[in-house]
Design a protein. Structure first.
Length: 183
C-alpha cells in the first residue's frame, strides 16, 4: 500500500506585514507545510510607513512602496497567494472559511488545519457630518495614498486639516512632507 504523505495546511487571512511574515517563517521552518494567504487587497507586503512620503512625492513611484508582489513573494517563499479574495466567515467546527472572489463575486471555500488571522486594521471614519464629502481622505493603504496624491497634484487643494493626533499624525516628517506639497 502506498504511504500517504500528509502536509499541514495553514491558511492566513491578510497578506501585509503580519500575514507575510508568518507565512515566510512557516515555510522556512517546514517547507512541506502548505501555506496559503488570502487577501482582499490587490497588493500584499507594502510599506505603510512609506505612504506619506509617496503622497509628498519624496517616493515618486508607487512600485517603491511594494516590498513584494504576490508573484515575487510566492516565488521567493513557496507560499500560495490569492488576492482579491475576501473571507466572509470562519467555520471552526469544520475548519473551513467562506470567502468571495472580489473579481468574479464567486463564492469560495477553503479548508485549513491551522488558521492565522492577520487581517490588520482599517481607518476609522468617525460618524461626524461631512465625513463622506469629496476631499475627505483616510490614509491606510496604497490606494488611499493614490487618492490623496492625485487630488494634491490636481492643484485643487490649498489647505489641509489632519484629524487625529496619534503617533502617525504627529510624525513631523510626515506632516511636513504632506504639507510641503500644498504650499
Ligand atoms: C500612514 C502610515 C504610516 C505608518 N508608519 C509606520 C512606521 O513608520 N513604522 C511602523 O513600524 N509601522 C508604521 N505603520 C504601521 C504599519 O503599516 C502597520 O503596523 C502594518 O501595516 C500592520 O500590518 P498587518 O499585517 O497587521 O495589517 P494590515 O496592514 O492592516 O493588513 C491586513 C490585510 O488583511 C486584509 N484583510 C482584512 N480583512 C480581510 C478579509 N476578511 N479577507 C481577506 N483579507 C482581509 C486587508 O485587506 C489587508 O491587506 C504605518 C501605517 C500607516 C497607515
Amino acid at each position: 500500500m502506498d504511504k500517504v504523505v500528509y502536509y499541514m495546511r495553514v491558511l492566513i487571512i491578510g497578506g501585509v506585514a503580519a500575514g507575510t511574515k508568518v507565512a515566510a517563517k512557516l515555510k522556512r521552518e517546514n517547507y512541506s507545510c502548505d501555506v496559503t494567504i488570502l487577501s482582499k487587497s490587490k497588493e500584499i507586503s507594502y510599506a505603510g510607513c512609506g505612504l506619506p512620503y509617496y503622497v509628498g512625492n519624496v517616493i515618486s513611484d508607487r512600485s517603491q512602496l511594494i516590498v513584494n508582489t504576490p508573484e515575487s513573494f510566492s516565488a521567493l517563499t513557496g507560499v500560495s497567494v490569492l488576492t482579491e479574495v475576501e473571507v466572509t466567515k470562519v467555520n471552526p467546527a469544520e475548519k473551513t472559511v467562506d470567502a468571495v472572489s472580489l473579481k468574479t463575486k464567486e463564492p469560495l471555500k477553503y479548508e485549513y488545519d491551522k488558521l492565522v488571522i492577520a487581517s490588520g486594521a482599517e481607518a476609522i471614519k468617525p460618524g461626524i457630518d461631512g465625513v463622506n464629502l469629496k476631499n475627505v481622505f483616510v490614509m491606510r493603504t496604497p490606494d488611499d495614498a493614490d487618492a490623496l496624491r492625485s487630488t494634491v497634484e490636481s492643484g485643487e487643494i490649498k489647505r489641509a486639516v489632519i484629524v487625529g493626533g496619534g503617533y502617525h499624525s504627529r510624525q513631523q516628517s510626515t506632516l511636513s512632507h504632506i504639507l510641503s506639497t500644498f504650499y
